[in-house]
Design a protein around this ligand. Structure first.
Ligand code: ADE
Length: 252
């Protein structure tokens, strides 16, 4: 079974490419796809690019052109939920699009013609990803504790909201959360791609799981130290978590 490891950012992907056995690279749709093996698993590594459409193109190409049978997504996100702090890790159980609004034709947040608002992540794959994240983040002695930004390590699991906006104002974050809460949704984090990939995987009936490191609190400080955080923290997390997952992932 070929597994796609989808990364949001090049810094996160670099360590994985370096570890790839028998690497080969192909270009499709203006994207590089790295094929090879990780821990004995056939894998394809790809960058989602930024935003829902770009991520959907990458996911569709992974499935249609490279025949991947499951997708694991790593990246960063802004923390929304209470207690979801910078440096924490959120494993997604489901995704919604916070910028989907076809009202009054369809209820706000509902994906037209799907009769659903949320797309579930695959339960068994998500359970393994959660275990991998917990194993990596446990204890101050972990490799992850040695980053220079001195961040925390809690692991959360729950709903993530995606949309084509980098949420970078406290007020915007508050409005987003209030609106979602009115609709009955309490997301732990916000990012820009996951719900699109979840929808593509739903369309093709393939398992999907996603993990996001919290890089900011989706407020006025959201952009501060973002590149440094990605390089020094999120990339280290992503590599460690993917390695831990690949060690426990069934081969079939
Ligand atoms: N990814 C990381 N931080 C984010 C934010 N504040 N908004 C949207 N996507 C993000």
């Amino acid at each position: 079974m070929t597994t796609a490891i989808l990364s949001a950012l090049a810094d996160e992907q670099r360590g994985l490419i370096e570890q790839l056995k028998n690497p080969s690279c192909q270009t499709r749709a203006g994207r590089e796809f790295w094929c090879g093996e990780l821990h004995g698993h056939p894998v394809v590594l790809a960058l989602s690019k930024i935003g829902k459409v770009a991520a959907a193109t990458t996911a569709t190409t992974l499935i249609e052109a490279f025949g991947v049978q499951r997708i694991v997504f790593t990246g960063v996100a802004g923390g929304l939920g209470q207690g979801v702090q910078v440096g924490d890790v959120v494993v997604a159980t489901e995704f919604l699009q916070h910028d989907m609004d076809a009202s009054p034709l369809f209820p706000r947040y509902q994906i037209p013609l799907y009769e659903r608002t949320r797309f579930d992540c695959d339960e068994p794959l998500t359970a393994l990803l959660l275990e991998a994240a917990q194993a990596c983040c446990a204890g101050s002695a972990s490799e992850l504790g040695k980053n220079s930004m001195n961040v925390s390590y809690a692991v959360h699991a729950g709903l993530i909201a995606s949309g084509d906006r980098f949420v970078s104002e406290a007020l915007e974050s508050l409005v987003l959360q209030n609106d979602l809460q009115t609709g009955g949704f309490v997301p732990l984090a916000v990012e820009m791609e996951g719900a699109a990939v979840a929808q593509v995987c739903f369309d093709y009936g393939i398992p999907f799981a996603a993990v996001r490191t919290i890089s900011d609190r989706a407020d006025d400080q959201a952009h501060v130290d973002f590149p440094r955080f990605v390089l020094e923290v999120a990339s280290v997390y992503a590599l460690a978590i993917v390695n831990a997952l690949m060690r426990t992932l069934p081969k079939k």
